[in-house]
Write a protein that binds this ligand. Structure first.
Ligand SMILES: [Zn+2]
Length: 265
């Protein structure tokens, strides 16, 4: 492996910006097996670090995956179980893009043995790093917020009907954070010019569900944002600074509201 599987920036606030799908790297050993569609990495949560740079500047920690979700999806359970039983969703080691294009030239997705290797070399070290950063902050603060920063194309018929609301707040149906924190994030979304939903199609992935343990002082909230809000959804997927500057104050309101509610617990 040529690059570390994660990047961690340590902050001082009780806040982790978690970016499990921002990784753009494809390992050299994998590239020859991949289709041109796979190499485009269209399903990346593009530009998350740049969009949330304001939070890091204020003292948030950032934990980000280096490698593409096409290698292994660190936001899926390690046992391969579905996040949304009965609905179309993407898997631990996907073999298709969100649009149903094959990722592998010969249809040769990873075997169970290869998936185990990827779990050991990519999935587990990422979770070890995330857990360590949460533990470091919990050592300094009574409560910590893990903000799951995601983005996705707004229209994907294989995954959901119609057009997705622009801001999709996920708290595992309210189980992953204190109720007042969920309420504060909803209030910020409701006061914004963007369309939103809470615990709709996207309720939070593995990280939201696994690490969110409010009684133990770890609160998780996922924000799945429609990419057109801040970037061009067509390749090469450029960041649109003017558009981003319109949503960043809303992100700031959401984070500030959740942190204020957490401080009052
Ligand atoms: Zn994502």
């Amino acid at each position: 492996m040529s690059a570390p599987v994660w990047k961690v920036t340590e902050g001082h606030l009780p806040l982790v910006i978690s970016i499990p799908h921002g990784g753009e790297l494809l390992p050299d050993w994998l590239v020859p097996r991949l289709t041109p569609a796979a190499r485009e990495r269209a399903d990346t949560d593009w530009h998350m670090r740049r969009l949330y740079a304001f939070a890091a500047e204020q003292g948030a920690s950032v934990v980000e995956a280096s490698y593409s979700r096409y290698v292994i999806d660190v936001n899926r359970p390690g046992d391969g179980s579905s996040l949304y039983p009965g609905q179309a969703t993407t898997t631990l080691c996907p073999v298709e893009t969100f649009r149903g294009e094959p990722l592998y030239l010969q249809g040769d997705g990873p075997s169970a043995g290869e998936i185990d290797v990827r779990k050991r070399e990519y999935w587990q070290p990422y979770h070890d790093a995330l857990a360590a950063e949460i533990a470091r902050l919990r050592g300094r603060h009574a409560n910590v917020l893990v903000w799951e920063a995601h983005s996705i194309a707004g229209v994907l018929p294989r995954l959901f009907d119609g057009k997705l609301p622009e801001l999709n707040i996920g708290t595992h149906g309210g189980a992953s954070c204190a109720p007042a924190m969920r309420d504060a994030v909803i209030a910020a979304a409701a006061g914004s010019p963007f369309t939103w939903v809470a615990d709709g199609r996207f309720k939070g992935g593995h990280i939201t569900r696994h690490y969110g343990q409010p009684a133990r002082g770890v609160h998780t909230i996922q924000l799945e944002m429609v990419q057109a809000v801040y970037m061009d959804e067509q390749a090469p997927f450029p960041y649109l600074p003017d558009a981003a500057e319109r949503v960043q104050p809303v992100l700031r309101d959401m984070l500030d509201g959740a942190l204020a509610a957490m401080a009052a617990l």
